[in-house]
Design a binder for this molecule. Structure first.
Ligand code: GYE
Length: 339
C-alpha cells in the first residue's frame, strides 16, 4: 500500500486537474500488501494453512498477498523476509520453519517499520513481532500422553514400548509435542525405544518406520507420529511388514493434526487417537492486521481451538495439567466438516 500510495500522490500532484486518473490509482493503492513466508507444502495441514491465507487475503477483501513457499528451507525463508523488506510490504506473516535464528531478520523488519505476525510455529530467540496465532504444541503432546495412559489402563496394558516419529528437527511443533509426550512417558516409566525425525512428510514417516521395523520388530506396542502424513507412511510400512495396528491391532497408533484423511483412519480404527492441530488461522491473523490498521493494540498471543479425536469412547475424558479434556468420537459429520 505504501508504494502504490506514493505513486498515486505523485500522479495527483503533477497532473493538476487530471483528477480522473487518481481514483483508478487510489483503488489499487487501497490494497494492503501482505508478504507470507510459508514453511512449505509438506503435509495436508500445510496445504490447509496456505489455503486459509489465500482465502482470506484476497483482492476482494482488500489485500495483495505475496506468497512464498519456502520448501522447508530456513535460508530460503530468511531470504523471503528480506525480499519483503525490499518490496516494502505493509505486513509480514511468517510461519517459522525452526524456532531459532530470528533476531537479526526481525530487527531488520522492525527497522523498516514493517509489523511481523507469526503464525503457527513459535519463535524462541526474538520478541520483535506483534502477535502470534497458533496452537499449544506441548498441550497436544501432553494430551496424547494422558490419553495413552488412560487407554492403557482401560485395556489392561501394563507395559508401553513406544516408537516416536518426530516432525522436523528444530520446529516448535516438534519440540512441544515431544516435550509433552515425554513428560507423561517419564512419569509413567514408559520406554521410548527411539525418536527420529520424519520431517512431517509421508515419505519421511515411511522411511523412519521401515528402519524402526528392522531394528525393533516385535519389541514395540505404540507408535506416535507427530503428524498425519507421517502416520500414513508408517501405516504403509507396517502393512508391508505384516504388523497390525489400530484398535484391533498389536500396535496403538497415535497421530497429530486430525486432517480429513487422518480422521477417516480414526473412524476406520486404523489410528487409535488423533490430536487436532487447527490450521485455519488466517481469519485471526486478519483480525490482528485490521486492529493494527485501526491503531489498536492486538492480543500478543491467540490460541486456536482444537479437539482430541478417538475411534470410540474407551476413554472419554482425561486431565491435562488439572484441566479436564474431552475426547470426541469421530463421526461422518465431523469428517465432512474437517479441513
Ligand atoms: O503438524 C504438520 C506440518 O507446524 C503445526 O507442520 C505445524 C505442523 C503440522 O507440516 O503437519
Amino acid at each position: 500500500m505504501k508504494k502504490k500510495l506514493a505513486v498515486a500522490l505523485a500522479a495527483a500532484m503533477t497532473l493538476s486537474g487530471a483528477l480522473a486518473a487518481v481514483p483508478v490509482m487510489a483503488e489499487d493503492s487501497d490494497l494492503i500488501v501482505v508478504g507470507f513466508a510459508q514453511v512449505g507444502h509438506e503435509s495436508d495441514w500445510r496445504t490447509a494453512s496456505t489455503q486459509s491465507c489465500q482465502d482470506v487475503f484476497t483482492e476482494d477483501n482488500g489485500y495483495d498477498l505475496q506468497f512464498v513457499d519456502c520448501d522447508n528451507d530456513s535460508a530460503t525463508q530468511l531470504e523471503a523476509i528480506r525480499t519483503f523488506i525490499e518490496q516494502d510490504v505493509d505486513y509480514i506473516i511468517v510461519d517459522p520453519i525452526v524456532s531459532t535464528g530470528w533476531d537479526e531478520a526481525l530487527t531488520e523488519c522492525e527497522d523498516a517499520g514493517i509489523p511481523v505476525i507469526v503464525i503457527d510455529r513459535t519463535i524462541e530467540d526474538s520478541d520483535k513481532y506483534v502477535s502470534w496465532v497458533g496452537s499449544n504444541f506441548k498441550t497436544e503432546g501432553l494430551a496424547a500422553g494422558e490419553w495413552l495412559k488412560a487407554y492403557a489402563e482401560a485395556n489392561g496394558i501394563e507395559e508401553i514400548n513406544a516408537l516416536v516419529i518426530e516432525g522436523t528437527t528444530g520446529a516448535s511443533a516438534t519440540i512441544g509435542r515431544t516435550e509433552g509426550f515425554s513428560e507423561i512417558a517419564d512419569a509413567e516409566g514408559w520406554t521410548i525405544l527411539d525418536s527420529q525425525d520424519g520431517d512431517f512428510t509421508q515419505s519421511g514417516g515411511q522411511e523412519v518406520m521401515e528402519s524402526y521395523i528392522k531394528s525393533y520388530e516385535g519389541q514395540f506396542n505404540v507408535v506416535v507420529c507427530q503428524n498425519d502424513n507421517e502416520a500414513f507412511g508408517a501405516i504403509d510400512a507396517m502393512t508391508a511388514a505384516g504388523i497390525s495396528y489400530g484398535v484391533d491391532g498389536d500396535v496403538i497408533l497415535i497421530s497429530f493434526d486430525a486432517c480429513t484423511a487422518g480422521l477417516e483412519l480414526v473412524q476406520s480404527g486404523d489410528i487409535n487417537a488423533d490430536f487436532e492441530c487447527n490450521p485455519l488461522a488466517a481469519p485471526f491473523v486478519e483480525e490482528v492486521i485490521q486492529q493494527l490498521e485501526a491503531g489498536e493494540t492486538p492480543e500478543t498471543e491467540v490460541y486456536m481451538e482444537e479437539h482430541w479425536y478417538t475411534y470410540d469412547d474407551t476413554v472419554s475424558t482425561f486431565e491435562v495439567d488439572g484441566v479436564e479434556q474431552t475426547c470426541t468420537v469421530v463421526t461422518d459429520e465431523i469428517v465432512e466438516a474437517q479441513y
